[in-house]
Design a protein around this ligand. Sequence first.
Ligand code: G1P
Length: 270
Amino acid sequence: MEKKIISKAIFPVAGLGTRFLPATKAMPKELLPVIDKPLIQYAAEEAINAGIDTLIFVTGKNKRAIEDHFDANHELEQALISAGKIKQAEMIKNILPEGIDCVFVRQPEQLGLGHAILCAEKIIGDEPFAVLLADDFLTSGGEQTVSKLIKSFEESQKIKLSVMEVNGPEISEYGVVSFDKNGNVAGLVEKPSFRDAPSRLASIGRYILTPNIFESIKNVESGFNREIQLADAINLLAVKGLVEAVYFEGKRFDCGSVKGFVEAIKFMSK
Ligand code: G1P
């Protein structure tokens, strides 16, 4: 089979999920279900639908349940079959389609999104790849976001940021895109104040990155809490004209917040 240009995706899942305590004391926030499916599974399915066959989870403490979720569970399967629950047995058996590999790499310290991505450098190698933040729960009537980003990447081979318009003070919760006078992406300002936001276009949790991002991440100085921001690394490539923005079409719910999570459940139960 022809090798896909983009076959790997990183899922940074080491975050603590403090906004959902006590629910996330022992359980990873990425396993919070929207109705009956965990957030991380929605994101994994979006990547797989886009042709990705290697899912790389950058995990941390208390995240073992994510490994278990994507692993086989023969005991449960057998128990379901014995109970005549064939449909449910099939569902957990096929949690991932055949031919999909999962790789788990540990982020030993919480040092930001840039650092999380750097933890997967050896597994990615010299290829472009996708990044999905499972907290960002996306629904789109048509083509899903990662597929769309990959198509766009195939045309220009540049880093792709998925962006949406955010009006009002909430803009300061995002990485915000700045543009040069020709309308090209000039950079990304991580969580600016409302007043200082360079535009209304917020970057959301889907990216296509090129392998030169690893060098950029290594060249970024850590900031608050020793964190290394992905936005800073993207900026080093944006000044060279290597970054483009793609409009997100659909509905996005910030499932990293209780409000967004409740809205996602409401939307999905309609
Ligand atoms: C991350 C990124 C930010 C982006 C956001 C989208 O922030 O750092 O640039 O706009 O995801 O959800 P976080 O929400 O993890 O603080």
